[in-house]
Design a binder for this molecule. Structure first.
Ligand code: ATP
Ligand code: MG
Length: 262
């Protein structure tokens, strides 16, 4: 459904590469997690899929189409996305924000209404309470959830998400992760999700791509990455959640509180 072939991106005529000769594909209905340290090229990779950026070399396919053969607006109508720094439309209400793409696609008004209500319920911000508010009347985490609702509103086949749950408290975050995963399976959505949180990647992703300095070091299922990491960095990053859980157990035991796991 998504395929990158030897894709590179330089913002400075080849002095540095934000993304360097990257190839991978994501099958229909799969969720791929994209993880790696700050500045390694995750956002740039996502943006080349819906043409918010264009590759310096290489080819990106969505379905059978080379994205450079599609109109950018057309592409973005068919691919849901939630990006860092690309916020909600400030002069639209919550309901109008979520309805924006279905409206562009000229859905019938009844269908749009039903869809807006359903997606808002899904992210835990019911239409009755939040539909008429403006983005400035929401918390950061609520805005982020409306962003997820907006990305899913037009029932896209492909969804690109850049740290979609980053600003949420742990309980809301866990709920939304589960809810999103359920919807993704039900609708057979193809998703690439950037995250800094390896636990989130392990819990949600069918496959995980680990990036470093513009390159994908390894792609595999959570089990493959844990059982046969091919780089020290991959080994380190996949071991992190377990290491933290072990450390937490240790601390709780020494406080006489008992373990959280095992
Ligand atoms: N528009 C731009 N112009 C010049 N350089 C850029 C531009 N966008 C990104 N870069 C550079 O490209 C590299 C990759 O950036 P990118 O935003 O893809 O990183 P990232 O992995 O998403 O990082 P983070 O986790 O901090 O969001 C960085 O070195 C960044 O400074
Ligand atoms: Mg980024």
């Amino acid at each position: 459904m998504i395929r990158l072939q030897n894709v590179s991106k330089t913002y400075d005529n080849g002095a540095n590469f934000a993304v360097a000769d990257t190839s991978f594909s994501v099958e229909k209905g799969q969720l791929m997690g994209l993880i790696g340290e700050s500045g390694c090229g995750k956002t740039t990779t996502l943006k080349m899929i819906n043409r918010l950026e264009e590759p310096s070399s290489g080819v990106v396919f969505v379905g059978d189409n080379n994205v450079m053969d599609s109109q950018p607006e057309e592409l973005r109508r068919n691919i849901g996305y939630v990006f860092q720094g690309i916020g909600l439309f400030p002069h639209y209400t919550v309901a109008e924000n979520v309805a924006a793409v279905p409206q562009l696609l000229q859905w019938e008004e009844n269908r749009i209404q039903a869809r807006v209500q359903a997606t808002l319920a899904m992210v835990g911000l019911p239409y009755e309470d939040y539909g008429d508010r403006y983005p400035t009347q929401l918390s950061g985490g609520q805005q982020q959830r409306i962003g997820v609702a907006r990305a899913l509103a037009a029932e896209p086949d492909v969804v690109l998400m850049d740290e979609p749950f980053g600003a949420l408290d742990p309980i809301t975050r866990a709920e939304l992760q589960e809810e999103f995963k359920r919807i993704q399976s039900k609708l057979d959505l193809t998703v690439i999700m950037v995250t800094h949180d390896m636990t989130e990647a392990l819990l949600m992703a069918d496959r995980i791509a680990v990036m470093k300095q513009g390159e994908v070091l390894q792609i595999g299922s959570p089990a493959e990455l844990i059982n046969s990491p091919q780089h020290e960095y991959v080994q380190e990053i996949v071991a992190m959640p377990k290491r933290r859980a072990d450390r937490l157990d240790e601390v709780l035991r020494s406080n006489g509180t008992g373990a959280v796991s095992s």
